[in-house]
Design a protein around this ligand. Structure first.
Ligand SMILES: Cc1cc2nc3c(=O)[nH]c(=O)nc-3n(C[C@H](O)[C@H](O)[C@H](O)COP(=O)(O)OP(=O)(O)OC[C@H]3O[C@@H](n4cnc5c(N)ncnc54)[C@H](O)[C@@H]3O)c2cc1C
Length: 388
């Protein structure tokens, strides 16, 4: 595989390849348990970053509260158990780095981790659909892993949520943050709160649309970075078929990689299941054909394009489908910051403000890597370490 193909493949699987992360140094719970910080922390958002931040603060014995706008935790790790006999990840799906990141998140070597993942086999079939032709390729996936009969969400639910769930206030939409005085005042749809420090994990798209008012307003360089980053749209769908007639993954040429990505893939790959589920992953302009369709139009469109590629096998084997439009999620409004964003801009997003506001989440990193669950978790580790 050439470097270009490798980057394209990584792009298709949602990996921010130019800045693939340097491993964050991993400190055990014993090393991180001491803290000189005496105060309380408010965390905004109960996605991967917010949950990780709460978990670490709990380990350090620091008082915290998580304010979550929706009625559930998990954010963009959302998954459904209702579709087939294994979890279907409607957002974050693949593990893009070594499995050791799971221990980093748990931060307690005494906890045995019972999560199975499967890297793609070296001889897996990957197809490229260009024009009207499908080219079968042997690409040797090595960098991504699937959770086996589990998901990112399930990992967090088992290992992280138990230590924070009593500290999550749901249906608390943060509307304004006043950090002009010693204490920080936070106004939500579910009451007012004060804190010494705040960790903000709301998706950057929501800050772009001004959904939180800051007093004083954020510094100019921060506002510029927020407004200038490109956030990709995001859409996923899953179709169950009675037979498997497709390869492990089919990438689509949708113009420039920088505009977006589109990939159909075997969502049941490696699962202990006899069910056949084809996933559709699209971001950026890859979402355009799908995201405004009604449910009926959507399945017609998908079956039609799959029938063209696979000799009408899609419509004859169709059982059911489900989909997730991330643009329509009120507390996400998109997928994630696009893979080719300027890394300095992402680093600016991750910087704290006035030793009071800390930013964590997939878009607020050190600029080495972004756009995935592990980057969200690692940015939370960084934010908590900065505070403490
Ligand atoms: C289609 C798609 C595919 C993806 N594929 C992968 C993949 O294969 N592998 C991978 O590692 N990553 C993937 N990702 C990215 C990954 O899912 C995210 O990067 C990660 O889950 C983000 O976590 P977070 O904590 O930063 O943000 P979120 O999960 O978005 O959490 C933020 C939380 O803040 C809450 N919130 C928002 N506004 C407010 C407010 N005003 N007040 C209070 N709470 C608020 C939200 O409800 C949410 O719960 C994918 C994402 C999408 C959309």
């Amino acid at each position: 595989m050439t470097r270009q193909e490798f980057i394209k493949m990584c792009g298709l699987l949602g990996i921010s390849i130019p800045f693939q992360s340097v491993l964050t140094s991993y400190k055990s719970s014993e090393e991180t348990s001491k803290s000189n910080f005496k105060g309380n922390v408010l965390i905004i958002g109960a996605g991967a970053a917010g949950l990780t931040a709460g978990h670490l603060l709990r380990q350090k014995g620091i008082e915290f509260q998580i304010l979550e706008a929706s009625s559930v935790y998990g954010g963009r790790m959302k998954r459904t158990l209702d579709f087939v006999d294994f979890p279907i990840p409607l957002g974050g799906e693949w593990l893009h780095v070594e499995k050791g990141v799971l221990s980093e998140i748990i931060n307690d070597p005494s906890v045995p981790i019972n999560v199975k993942t499967k890297p793609y086999d070296m001889d897996v079939d990957y197809a490229l659909y260009e024009g009207e032709e499908v080219y079968l390729k042997d690409i040797g996936f090595k960098i991504d892993q699937k959770f086996i009969n589990s998901s990112w969400f399930d990992f967090f639910e088992q290992y992280v949520v138990p230590s924070v769930q009593n500290n999550i206030l749901f249906n608390a939409v943060v509307k304004s943050i006043d950090y002009s005085k010693d204490k920080i005042f936070v106004n939500t749809s579910n009451g007012e709160f004060t804190a010494d420090k705040i960790i903000i994990t709301t998706p950057v798209k929501l800050l772009q649309t001004g959904s939180i008012a800051f007093t004083p307003q954020l510094p100019e360089h921060k506002r510029e970075a927020i407004n200038d980053v490109t956030v990709w749209d995001g859409f996923k769908a899953f179709i169950e078929f009675s037979e498997k007639f497709y390869p492990a993954a089919i990438g689509f040429d949708i113009g420039s990689d920088r505009d977006g990505e589109k990939l159909y893939y075997d969502a049941a790959y490696g699962q202990n299941s006899n069910r056949h589920v084809l996933g559709l992953f699209t971001v950026g302009s890859g979402t355009l054909p799908y995201r405004e369709l009604s449910d009926k139009e959507l399945i017609e469109y998908m079956l039609n394009e799959l029938d063209e590629i696979f000799d009408n096998k899609a419509s004859s084997n169709y059982i059911k489908h489900t989909s997730q439009n991330w643009n329509k999620e009120p507390f996400a409004k998109g997928a994630y910051v696009y893979n080719y964003e300027n890394w300095r801009r992402v680093r600016t997003l991750g910087k704290s403000v006035s030793d009071k506001l800390y930013f964590a989440g997939t878009s607020y990193t050190t600029g080495e890597d972004w756009g995935s669950v592990h980057t969200a978790a690692r940015s939370a580790i960084r934010a908590v370490n900065e505070i403490t």
